[in-house]
Structures are given as C-alpha cells and as structure tokens.
Design a protein around this ligand. Structure first.
Ligand SMILES: NC(=O)c1ccc[n+]([C@@H]2O[C@H](COP(=O)([O-])OP(=O)(O)OC[C@H]3O[C@@H](n4cnc5c(N)ncnc54)[C@H](O)[C@@H]3O)[C@@H](O)[C@H]2O)c1
Length: 282
C-alpha cells in the first residue's frame, strides 16, 4: 500500500509516534514525502525513529496530557507550516488494573491521554486544518472501543468515548470540509500488547496471532486514500465483536466462552517470545 504523489509535501502531525504502530505510520508517510511533526513522551524513541527517516521531521517530546504542550505544538506548526493537512491522534496507554484496583490518579491520567488529549488536540488544530485544501483527522481507536474489556476498564471507557466522539465529529465536520475517521484494530504486536500479555490483560487479544504494526499502517494509508468514518484492519474480528454487542446482556457469557481459547493463545504468544518467566499476573 502506497500513497500517491499528491500527498508529497502535506503536513502530518502524529502522536504516539515512537510506539509500535506510530513508527510504522511515520515511516510510510515519510516514504510518501509528507512533512512530519512527530510527538511522543519517549524522546529517545523519537530520535531513533528520526534517524531512520529520509526527511528530517519536527520532533516534539513531552507529555501530551499537558495542555500547554498541545498549545505549543499548535503554535510551532503554525509558525513552520502555516497549516496542518493531517492530524493522527494515536498515542494511548493501556493498564490492566481491574476497576476496584485503579488509583484515582490513573483513572484521570488514562482517560486524559486516550480520550481528552485527542479531543483537545483536534479542537486546537481546527483553525490550522481549515487552512489545508483537504484536511483530515484520523484517530487510532481499537476494537476495545466496541467490545468491553473487563481487564482494562479505563481503556474501554476511553476508546468507547473516542469512537463516539470520532463518529459525531465526522458527521459534523463532513459539512465543514474536514474528513474525520477512526481505525479500529484488534490486537497488534507492540509494547502495548506485550504489557497486556504480561500483566493479565484480556485473553481475547490472543485468540488469533496479533497483527503486525505494518498491517495497521496499511489501513491508515487506505484511510487517507479512501476516507471513511471507520476502518477495521481485521474485518473478521470486527464483525464478531459487533455481533456480540447485539446482546449486551449476554456479554459476560460471550467473553467467558472465548476466554479459554484466548488463554491458550496468550500462553503460545508468551512462549514464542521467551516472555513466560516475566509474567506478573496471568
Ligand atoms: N497494540 C494493540 O494491540 C492495539 C490494538 C488496538 C488499538 N491500539 C491503539 O493503537 C495506538 C498505538 O498503540 P501501540 O500499540 O503502538 O502502543 P505503544 O505503547 O507501542 O505506543 C504508544 C505510544 O504513545 C506514547 N504515549 C503514551 N502516553 C503518552 C503521553 N502522555 N504523552 C505522549 N506520548 C504518550 C508512548 O510513549 C508510546 O510511544 C493506541 O491508540 C492504541 O490504543 C493498539
């Protein structure tokens, strides 16, 4: 999957760029000649990524939960480019604390980076997006935004929220010339998934082998080429979870049915990567 020459020179801002999926997306956009603004908490990860790119990106390291950082990003993009063509809200965290274990600070911080930050950044960037001829906002959501995950309640809360916001804004912004959509991957082989595997995250993530970050990056390019409200990198998983959600009162039973297969998949995932000895919670 490749972007055409019409994308060269467009300005794209990507959050969570140093993560597994972010890095792949950044490389694909760089290949297509886009000018990149890459943001992440992980300064070293950003520098490593930049060294692999053909063009020099603008790197902004820091905690995207700080509103002052979002305003700084906006001001920097305005001064350097005068417009923003593509905003990719991709940074997120997953924690596997059950709801009765969650600290109040973590409830706030997880909702912040996963839900509030994409909304704040999108809102702040609207004036710069409106300067672009064909502006886009794409949010990395998750199938955890369709099917509840009892092991990661705040992740589900934030991704359900982000999905609702994405669809609402997409319909409204369509009339205003900004195309908005969300990508909803199932499990992807990144640091986030490894964390879930080691700390007792949802076994449903491991029913099938995880997708590669490159597969999700392909879907992101597809979204740029053919914008839609939603895209699902793995359509079969998406059909299954949407079908399950037709029966919300049976969701506990449905999750339990799949649990056994997921546990076997997680065991295999950990063994294949030599991670079994590092398991913190099964
Ligand atoms: N990995 C999966 O199985 C999976 C499945 C569905 C959806 N997703 C979504 O894909 C996106 C990318 O996830 P990933 O798998 O690449 O995870 P990852 O952990 O590899 O990357 C996430 C990145 O976000 C950054 N980040 C986190 N908090 C931040 C903060 N406060 N400020 C700035 N940066 C911050 C991290 O430093 C990291 O580089 C996320 O939105 C995630 O929810 C992942």
């Amino acid at each position: 999957m490749k972007l055409g020459p019409e994308f060269a020179g467009r300005v794209a801002l990507l959050t969570g760029a140093a993560g597994g999926i972010g890095r792949e997306i950044a490389k694909r956009l760089d290949d297509a000649g886009l000018r990149l603004v890459l943001c992440d908490l992980n300064q070293d990860g950003l520098a490593e990524l930049a060294a692999e790119l053909k063009q020099e990106p603008l790197l902004i390291a820091g905690d995207l939960c700080q509103r002052s950082l979002l305003e700084h990003i906006c001001q920097t993009v305005e001064e350097k480019f005068g417009r923003l063509d593509i905003l990719l809200n991709n940074a997120a965290v997953v924690r596997t604390d059950r709801f009765d274990e969650y600290t109040l600070d973590h409830i706030e911080s997880d909702l912040h980076i996963n839900l509030i930050t994409p909304l704040l950044l999108s809102r702040i960037m609207v004036p710069l997006l409106k300067q672009a001829p064909d502006p886009r906002i794409i949010n990395t959501i998750s199938l955890g935004g369709v099917l509840p995950m009892p092991e990661s309640p705040l992740y589900s809360a934030s991704k359900f929220g982000l999905r609702g916001a994405t669809l609402s804004i997409a319909v409204d912004f369509e009339k205003k010339g900004i195309k908005v959509g969300g990508i909803l991957p199932s499990s992807v082989d990144t640091a986030q998934l490894r964390h879930e595997a080691l700390t007792g995250g949802s076994a449903l993530n491991f029913i099938d082998p995880p997708q590669s970050p490159s597969h999700v990056a392909d879907e992101m390019l597809r979204m740029l080429l053919e914008p839609r409200y939603e895209r699902y990198p793995k359509v079969s998983d998406a059909m299954l979870v949407r079908l399950a959600m037709l029966f919300p009162n049976k969701i506990g039973k449905i999750i339990n049915w799949f649990e056994k297969k997921g546990q076997a998949g997680r065991k295999r995932y950990l063994e294949e990567r030599g991670l079994t000895s590092q398991v913190v919670r099964w």
